[in-house]
Design a binder for this molecule. Structure first.
Ligand SMILES: Cc1cc2nc3c(=O)[nH]c(=O)nc-3n(C[C@H](O)[C@H](O)[C@H](O)COP(=O)(O)OP(=O)(O)OC[C@H]3O[C@@H](n4cnc5c(N)ncnc54)[C@H](O)[C@@H]3O)c2cc1C
Length: 331
């Protein structure tokens, strides 16, 4: 999970962001340090990221939101966006979330201001002018404070979401939202409604589910997004172990999973419902016969599954699979 934060973007922080950018530019220009498939893929990806981050984000229109899985405190919501830009199954959207209207109304009064823009990787801070509404909506982070002074307030920083399906110009995301979380990116995507605009950059992240099996995907909650992307793009032979805690799947997703099973896109589906954990279900999974393994979701689940895989496959096989991007642990 990315929890990158930016507090107080002062002139000193702006200057430091340019120094960081020189280092990033050098790392991108230098030859890859690791010549494994993984090392080469990430090196090529960083080059693409530099170009994409330096361009402006693109606008998507929200066309639908629907509950995918609902629990006592945590839900997964599927959001469908429509855009005029090419997106592939398994890409990531780097979403520029916005403050909600209630918090904007409660924020300290503000007028148009000159300010240092929020630095993000490959896009250092600039001295710019912003109107009052732009500042309150998409510059200062009002999730924890009413402070709207761009020289003092914490800043909004974009968050990654894995594309869960692409059909024509429609792009689906699956978002985990937990009651009581500070209202930032997940809360923004959980409350958008049809007609709203979401700005994002599209990133072709190398961590993606392969489309030909036999492969094993071990995921929790919205960690299944990359698996849905592959299934909806016509993948085959995926064994899915999906940890849902206390969440109940909505009827539409149960029907979709049955269809993936009937069509052979899923070769097996096992749901871990509390108190069962995905690691309990791994014990009798034919891990050794898998061409690839994909793990995504909670960090603690990722560490537990990694340990289970290490015990079953041994250190060197796991490293070889990981170097070849045949074992991906994305948490
Ligand atoms: C490569 C990548 C792909 C990702 N793909 C997805 C995706 O497809 N779907 C998705 O929902 N997220 C995804 N994430 C996570 C996402 O980017 C955000 O980190 C997440 O939505 C929380 O962001 P936030 O701004 O709402 O809260 P933050 O401000 O980042 O988090 C606030 C606090 O809440 C805690 N917190 C965050 N999430 C939860 C949670 N679910 N339950 C309880 N506490 C929490 C954090 O630990 C933190 O302390 C992905 C992250 C990465 C790095």
């Amino acid at each position: 999970m990315s929890t990158r934060r930016e507090a107080r973007v002062t002139a000193a922080r702006a200057i430091r962001s340019h120094a960081e950018d020189v280092v990033r530019a050098a790392l991108v220009a230098l030859p890859p340090r690791e010549r494994t498939r993984r090392g080469l893929a990430f090196h090529a990806y960083q080059r693409q990221v530099r170009t994409i981050m330096r361009a402006d984000p693109v606008a998507f229109e929200v066309v639908e939101t629907r509950m995918l899985a609902e629990g006592h405190r945590t839900s997964v919501i599927e959001v469908t966006l429509r855009g005029e830009v090419g997106v592939d199954a398994g890409d990531m959207l780097h979403v520029l979330w916005r403050n909600d209207l209630d918090r904007i109304a409660a924020a300290d009064a503000v007028t148009a201001a000159r300010f240092w823009t929020t630095p993000i990787p490959h896009r250092p801070s600039r001295w710019a002018r912003v109107g009052a509404s732009g500042l309150l909506e998409s510059v200062v982070d009002l999730s924890a404070s009413t402070d709207s002074d761009p020289a003092r307030a914490e800043r909004i920083t974009p968050r990654f979401f894995t594309v869960a399906g692409v059909e024509a110009s429609d792009v689906r995301l699956q978002v985990t939202h937990t009651a009581g979380m500070p209202p930032r990116a997940a809360s923004f995507l959980a409350r958008v409604r049809p007609g709203d605009v979401v700005e994002a950059r599209v990133l072709p992240h190398p961590h993606r589910v392969a489309h030909d099996g036999p492969g094993l995907a071990v995921v929790t909650g919205s960690g299944a997004a990359g698996v849905f992307a592959a299934l909806r793009a016509g993948a085959s032979g995926i064994r899915l172990v999906w940890g849902l805690g206390d969440k109940q799947l909505a009827p539409w997703v149960q029907e979709e999973l049955r269809e993936h099973l009937r069509a052979g896109r899923l070769s097996s589906l096992r749901l871990a419902l509390r108190p069962e954990r995905v690691t309990d279900l791994l014990v009798d999974e034919p891990i050794e016969q898998m061409a690839w393994i994909y793990v995504s979701g909670h960090e603690s689940m990722g560490a537990a599954v990694d340990a289970a895989l290490r015990a079953r496959l041994g250190e060197s096989v796991l490293r070889e699979m990981s170097d070849g991007l045949r074992c991906i642990v994305s948490t």
